[in-house]
Design a protein around this ligand. Sequence first.
Ligand code: VG1
Ligand code: CO
Length: 548
Amino acid sequence: MRALSVPITPFPDQRPGTSGLRKRVAVFRQQGYLEAFIQSTFDALPDAVGEGVGGKTLVLGGDGRFFNTEAAQIILRMMAANGVARAIVGRDGLLSTPAASAIIRKQQAFGGIIMSASHNPGGPNGDFGIKYNAANGGPAPERITDAIYRHTQHLSAYRTIEAGDLPLDRLGTTPLGAMTVEVVDPVADYAELMQRIFDFDRIRDLFRGSFHIRFDAMHAVTGPYARAIFEHILGAAPGTAVNAQPLTDFGGHHPDPNPTYAADLIGALTTAGGPDFGAASDGDGDRNMVVSRQGPISPSDSLAILTANARHIPWFKSGLPGVARSMPTSRAVDRVAAALGIDCYETPTGWKYFGSLLDAGHIALCGEESAGTGSNHVREKDGLWAVLFWLNLLAARREPAEAIVADHWRQYGRDYYARHDYEGVDADAANRLIHRLRDAVPGLPGRRVGAFTIAAADDFAYTDPTDGSVTVHQGIRIVTEDDARIVYRLSGTGTEGATLRVYLERYEADESRHALDAAVALAPLANAAAELARIAEMVGRSQPSVVA
Ligand code: VG1
Ligand code: CO
């Protein structure tokens, strides 16, 4: 097989965001575009971590979106040309993000390449994405992504070999040049790990009774995982997993488990005679939405409830060293951590910040308001794991999910929470809005907006306690005198224009006021947030496009 060095001109737009590089499929299909990013990644690793991929094991898989299998073949040939010794690939090029993380760790691989644009739509006109995960199984830290970007700016050639496509639909080992390609069952290692974490016998008992769940895989990567784990291993009724066939365009839907895009699931749960518990995951399987018969459980509440109940899970039977949440996530978990007497860290948005806290053993559980929850079992958020955690909890407490939620609020109070997204707004306008707020921060304390008086404001910066690295400009935080909170930040994962995210939160200790609709409870704060940032005037939208 002939090794080739193909000349290339740099692509100026290959800056990896919080979850790797995400672009339209058409962009990724430009001659040499994918190759440039992969070669830059391989070239960056010696600078960033002191060692390259030569002689190493790498894991490869993706969420099954359009271009997934084509990209897998291209990447495998490039791995071989760059001296990788062993590639572990999920069958059909599939691996959920958490399963890839689990395999990297279990096989002690040097790293992995995940092909996903997560919750972004797929198909020929949709998005594609690539992220590199490091040896700990987690998203590449900035040290690596910065080095990748530097290399994309002056790359002159990429390396590949001349070889045909490999049969990725068959399990087994095939040589590719001097490299060995192992096609593995995408579910096996992951399912085995789940059985070590949770009490599967107890969950099986639950399914033997009249208990029913519905899991919506949204035609993305979790279908095969959900069928294997819920239906085959745990004995849930056939058909428990719906939309379980991965499709390259996710059936034309957004594989984003929020009340807007998973309205069907919520409808099923809140209809008489429906299932007892519902859940959904996103494109690459790292997020979760859990739904009780009263509707979706807010991810921030879910994190707090799982923290408070961790002792029911075999993996956590000796307790938690600490927990963490991303800054915009509600402070519900802080209240639980305080009651348990454990540390609670507040990190910028994005899973990589949790990685170093997990590696150092400072925390064992963490989550984000965007429906990401996870633990020290892998270094990614993990959708199915979160659903299994809830099932284990339901099986142990033998109470409906809605009762567990109400009980939690009774004990700790309720943090009403919502996120308002203004998607696809003009990027310059969105940046101006954030800059204006940033400049205004010093003068905000004491100022009145609507019914609120601002007590404190800042532009969130984070110092990683493990290595002292500082990350700045992570969102504008506003706290009012009655301890409500507004956060403004721009999304780092979109591919068109900008998305302004406004996070709203208000604490309610009084039990008689725990059953309000969150939209009603937060309406005055939402108005104040829109007024303070002059959203309508600055980005030309009077309403958010998604309320999550
Ligand atoms: C969003 C979420 C963030 C999450 C990130 C990646 O980022 O807010 O919490 O970690 O997506 O998740 P942003 O920058 O768009 O707000 V996933 O499921 O796309 O890997
Ligand atoms: Co995702």
